[in-house]
Design a protein around this ligand. Structure first.
Ligand SMILES: Nc1ncnc2c1ncn2[C@@H]1O[C@H](COP(=O)(O)OP(=O)(O)O)[C@@H](O)[C@H]1O
Ligand SMILES: [Mg+2]
Length: 274
């Protein structure tokens, strides 16, 4: 593979929080125009990888280049080449869609004309034109996410990071966003997309990295990943995923004592007849 073609190169990337390794010695690259899916359970380290590559947090160890620029030494330069649709929607609720886009556009040093031209284009494409003068706080989550995506695209970045872009959205909005992601990619935008939706990973990604406990346990095309489970006939990506990452539930509650529940009549629930 020609190294020149890589828009992202990650070498032994590691992020520790205290003694806990959130991202452990991760290696991968993304080619020009490629979509790499990061598929993993909650807490796998997907968002942390994105936060490091978008210069929001520093790695503990390892190196990475984005657009051929070292993320630590050239972080300001890196930011000019990337767009981020983060896990949390970044919008001011009291501003309209137009005002939000103007604000973030100016923050990125764009002219009013450029912002207007790009806002018109993206708002139309994302079916948000008729809502552009409404306050963002009145929007549904799907509408907010569409503006959030338009915001990330104002600088027309060559590399886009999407952190669970369709999480919790209705099927129509999900379809629109996925269709839009494919369209951007056809025009040459490289992307890293995180998801725990198998279908999304499969239909959007050129290659998928399965991330678990801060490590990449497999990285390949979906077709090749399916060859990793010869014991299963016609495996789905979900079969591969569960085979490689196991079936343990990963969610953990914040440390606190469980709430004491009382029965319907005020008595403790463990008094019920067995
Ligand atoms: N700022 C932080 N301080 C301490 N632990 C963190 C911090 N950010 C993330 N973590 C932990 O790192 C692990 C990976 O988190 P994250 O990258 O958000 O996972 P994912 O996006 O795959 O769900 C989780 O166990 C999370 O609790
Ligand atoms: Mg996450």
């Amino acid at each position: 593979m020609n190294k020149e073609e890589n828009v992202i190169e990650v070498k032994n990337l590691t992020k520790n929080f205290g003694k806990f390794c959130a991202v452990c010695e991760v290696n991968f690259s993304v080619k020009k125009g490629e979509i790499l899916g990061l598929l993993g359970p909650n807490g796998a380290g997907k968002s942390t990888i994105i936060r490091i590559l978008t210069t929001l947090t520093r790695p503990t160890k390892g190196r990475a280049k984005v657009a051929n620029l070292d993320i630590e030494k050239k972080s300001d330069e890196v930011r000019k080449h990337i767009g981020l649709v983060a896990e949390k929607i970044i919008l001011y609720n009291h501003l309209t869609a137009d005002e939000n886009l103007q604000f973030f556009g100016h923050l990125n040093g764009l002219s009013s004309e450029t912002i207007k031209e790009r806002s018109d284009r993206w708002l139309k494409r994302l079916s948000m034109e008729e809502w552009r003068d409404h306050q963002s706080g009145t929007y549904s989550t799907g509408m907010k996410q569409r503006i959030n995506i338009a915001r990330a695209l104002l600088t027309e970045p060559e590399i886009l990071f999407l952190d669970e872009p369709t999480l919790g959205l209705d099927p129509q909005t999900t379809w629109l966003i996925r269709d839009f992601i494919r369209e951007l990619n056809k025009k040459g935008t490289a992307m890293i997309l995180t998801t725990h939706d198998m279908h999304e990973a499969e239909i959007l990604s050129d290659r998928v990295a399965i991330v678990d406990h801060g490590k990449i346990v497999a990285l390949d095309t979906v077709e090749n990943l399916k060859k990793l489970v010869p014991n299963i006939e016609n495996p789905t990506l979900e079969d591969v995923f569960l085979e490689l990452t196991g079936k343990d539930i990963r969610d953990t509650a914040k440390k606190s004592a469980p709430v004491e529940r009382r029965g319907h009549f005020g008595g403790p629930t463990n008094n019920r007849v067995r």
